[in-house]
Design a protein around this ligand. Structure first.
Ligand code: PLP
Length: 413
């Protein structure tokens, strides 16, 4: 009998049969509080009735149009509606299916638009598993090892990971920007550098928010050198961090290109890049695309997602519940010295486990994650060593569910 490939590494043994709001249910109808959201995807919770209804209706009208052949209303409507939430000036959109594909699309755009080949990425960044995206990824050797040669022309600059560096946030920003200047002086000259790709909060790399001064420093250097600033908001966008886009925590920082996916369509495969029209027009016509890109049912789900986020004030809820979650996690950490750092932004929260000598402690972290799963709380590890346990509940999470998760977490550590 065929089986799923052993390459699949599952964090929990749960086989889900249905989902409702913050909970997944298994075949025994056991309830699991889902603080993973399908890795930050089901922003409106599992099977939000308005998303379900939109999808049901759309599936009865048109499932697949294919934008290189015909357009369809959902794609046009979604393009227009995203104008309400996108940063100013980013008025041109191109749709794909996954985060990795959108990263590839941004990479193509950056090279076409600038005529330059090289790209700067930041230590601990994750941009996906396709070959171009994996070439930009430094979050963990498992994403790159043994599949080379990867794309040449990728230079790595430091990310201001204050806890890892043992520095204050200010010192870490200064260190990282000095490192970036050194990369521009010695590794890839500005005239050869198309873009900088950065996550406003490192996701797979360990849930580390980029301080506002760091993103401002990147913007300043991008302007000075004519390099594009590409923000990978695949995990951080759509309200996840308590602002619609995570970079909006950094006043005055407007990217040249935004990449979005995950929370965009409440679980349907859909991603997009957004950029100013003049920039997007520099991509070679026909150079971008994908058979399923901008699928009609996925676009209908995204339209309903935007409605739900607006009507249920989910961005404000993410900020409010995120603050409650971080405060609660810090309280738990104060009781368990093995949790050496708690950090995050909005509903992206991480607890980093370390041994007394400060080295990563993935064994204790993952034991706690499994113990939480046994108690009915689903969590995921992240970071190069897997010693950071992250919580990414849906944006519909209520205070009582945050408290329920914190009680289960405290018992599991
Ligand atoms: N970029 C970021 C920041 C991500 O977190 C991810 C996925 O976790 C990706 C890109 C890749 O997205 P996908 O897995 O949809 O290809």
């Amino acid at each position: 009998m065929p089986q799923l490939s052993p390459v699949l590494k599952q964090a929990t043994p749960v086989v889900a049969t249905r989902g409702e709001g913050m909970y997944l249910y298994d075949a025994d109808d056991r309830r699991h509080l889902d603080f993973t959201s399908g890795v930050g995807v089901t922003s409106t919770g599992h099977c939000h009735p308005r998303v379900v209804e939109a999808v049901r209706q759309q599936a009865g009208q048109l499932i697949h149009g294919q934008y290189t052949t015909v357009l369809h209303n959902q794609l046009l409507q979604l393009t227009e509606r995203l104008g309400d939430v996108l940063p100013p000036g980013l008025d041109s959109l191109f749709f794909l299916n996954s985060g990795s594909e959108a990263v590839e699309a941004a990479l193509r755009l950056a090279r076409h638009a600038t005529g330059r080949q090289n790209v700067i990425v930041f230590d601990g960044g994750f941009h996906g598993r396709t070959m171009g995206a994996a070439s930009l990824t430094t979050a963990g050797t498992r994403f790159r090892a043994g599949i080379g040669p990867l794309m040449p022309g990728v230079a790595v600059a430091p990310f201001p990971s204050a806890f890892r560096l043992g520095m204050s946030k200010e010192e870490a920003v200064e260190y990282a920007l000095r490192g970036l200047d050194r990369v521009l002086a010695t590794v890839t000259a500005p005239a050869e550098t198309a873009a900088m790709f950065v996550e406003p909060v490192l996701g797979e790399g360990g849930y580390i928010p980029a301080p506002a001064a760091f993103l401002a420093g990147l913007r300043e250097r991008a302007d000075r050198h004519g390099i594009l600033l590409v923000l990978d908001e695949v995990q951080t966008g759509f309200g996840r961090t308590g602002r619609f886009w995570a970079h909006q925590h950094s006043a005055g920082v407007v990217p040249d290109v935004v990449i979005t996916a995950k929370g965009l369509a409440s679980g349907f495969p859909l991603s997009a890049i957004a950029a100013p029209t003049e920039l997007m027009a520099k991509a070679w016509p026909g150079s971008q695309g994908g058979t399923y890109g901008g699928n009609a049912v996925a676009c209908a789900a995204a339209l309903a997602t935007l409605d739900v986020i607006r009507d249920e004030r989910l961005v404000a809820n993410a900020a409010e519940q995120g603050a409650r979650l971080l405060e609660g996690l810090r309280k738990v950490a104060s009781e368990f010295p093995v949790i050496a750092d708690v950090r995050g932004l909005g509903l992206m929260a991480g607890s980093e486990f370390c041994l007394p000598d400060g080295s990563p402690d993935p064994l204790t972290a993952q034991r706690a994650q499994r113990a939480a799963a046994e108690r009915g709380l689903l969590l995921l590890p992240c970071g190069e060593h897997g010693n950071i346990i992250r919580m990414i509940p849906a944006l519909v999470v209520k205070a009582a569910q945050i408290d329920e998760a914190l009680t289960l977490w405290s018992a599991a550590v």
